[in-house]
Write a protein that binds this ligand. Sequence first.
Ligand code: CYC
Length: 159
Amino acid sequence: MQDQISKIIRRYDFAGQYLDTKAINKVASYFQNAMERLQVVQVLQQDAVDIIKEASNALFTSQPELLRPSGNAYTTRRYAACLRDLEYYLRYAIYAILAGDMSILNERVLTGLADTYNSLGVPIGPTIIGINQLKEAAKKRINSPYIDEVFDHMIKNLC
Ligand code: CYC
């Protein structure tokens, strides 16, 4: 896992170079945006329970077949797994927004996830609808390009 600063240092260390203007400018822009990232993180974690509720309600209202006997969220065990997955997405979205870097999402959430879902029969399309609903519920509370960035990254990597 890395953030924008550790990513830059790692790259320059690997090449055995001092930081140059390009690197310094990148770090400066991370600090300039840091307050916005913090604000987003604060709002999202404060409202996390409601965001999950809203997104899951919207998902199951638009895809009611998921809850019927042939659906993947049928049985309380699978329904609970679905809510838990939505919580994972929101929690790691918050981490990635704070870090300004997607590596934590790639490493802990996305690598191998599509294969796991496919082997268990968890439908990817409705999962993406769920992630989109998380994005909408988050943006309703505080609109920021960082929210789009992180949820769009998840969606792109699940497709
Ligand atoms: C299952 N979701 C799983 C499993 C994993 C994840 C690994 C299989 C093991 C288990 O059941 O716990 C996902 N695990 C993760 C992620 C992380 C992790 C993301 C990173 C921290 O450690 N079913 C639907 C909906 C959708 C859904 C569309 C909710 C959006 O119909 C989710 N995921 C779902 C369900 C299962 C599951 C129902 C259980 C499937 C089964 O056992 O049959």
